[in-house]
Write a protein that binds this ligand. Structure first.
Ligand SMILES: [Mg+2]
Ligand SMILES: [Zn+2]
Length: 205
């Protein structure tokens, strides 16, 4: 396995087709607050502030949310095959309590780094895994969790920006792909995880 890079996957919008935090907020949170705070992300609010404010509007029992999520969340094709072949690390700004049941449904066991929840009936509180502020982007970002070198990073969104810039090879879709395009940073596009698996069999461009 010499020369093989550690594969790191974002979860929401990367493994899942739709961001499950957005699904949960639209169904169980305050959708108006959600839309307002998303507009402030990266401007007046950092990612952790946005997540904390948005999830304080969720008061449903965790078991009810998990049951609903398991009925509605869809995983991009190729996830299980990618997981078995490359044993990726899942590095998420979402919550262990909402990710582990989906992994179990899919029959996949992987190393997971994610935030945790205190699902209080007065409003969910977030326990952030890592609040160290990154010297590069000024937020508590994912870059500091890329301990192994070299890394291939797979992502779709805002939370992946700084880590993607630190990775040796990047597969991107959605807003992350547009962001990297805007910076002129090379990446490989994907629409499902079979694309990523096929790409990993080729040398990096
Ligand atoms: Mg994402
Ligand atoms: Zn950073």
């Amino acid at each position: 396995m010499a020369g093989v890079r550690r594969l790191v996957l974002d979860w929401d919008g990367t493994v899942t087709e739709v961001d499950t935090l957005h699904l949960v907020l639209e169904r169980f949170g305050d959708p108006g607050l959600f839309r307002r705070t998303e507009g402030q992300l990266g401007h007046t609010l950092g990612l952790h502030e946005v997540i904390a404010v948005e999830f304080a509007s969720v008061r449903a029992p965790l078991a009810e949310v998990v049951e609903w999520l398991l009925e509605h969340v869809r995983i991009r094709p190729g996830f299980r095959e990618l997981a078995e072949r490359w044993r990726p690390l899942v590095l998420s700004s979402g919550f262990r309590e909402l990710i582990e049941p989906v992994l179990a449904r899919e029959g996949v066991e992987l190393e997971l780094l994610a935030n945790e929840l205190d699902p209080s009936p007065e409003g969910w509180r977030v326990r952030f895994r890592d609040e160290a502020v990154c010297a590069t982007c000024g937020e508590a970002c994912k870059r500091g969790s890329l301990l192994e070198d070299p890394v291939t990073y797979v992502g779709d969104g805002y939370s992946d920006r700084c880590a993607a810039l630190a990775a040796d090879r990047v597969f991107a879709t959605g807003a992350l792909a547009r962001y990297l395009d805007g910076l002129g940073v090379p990446f490989e596009p994907f629409s499902d995880l079979h694309d990523v698996a096929r790409g990993l069999e080729r040398p990096a461009r």
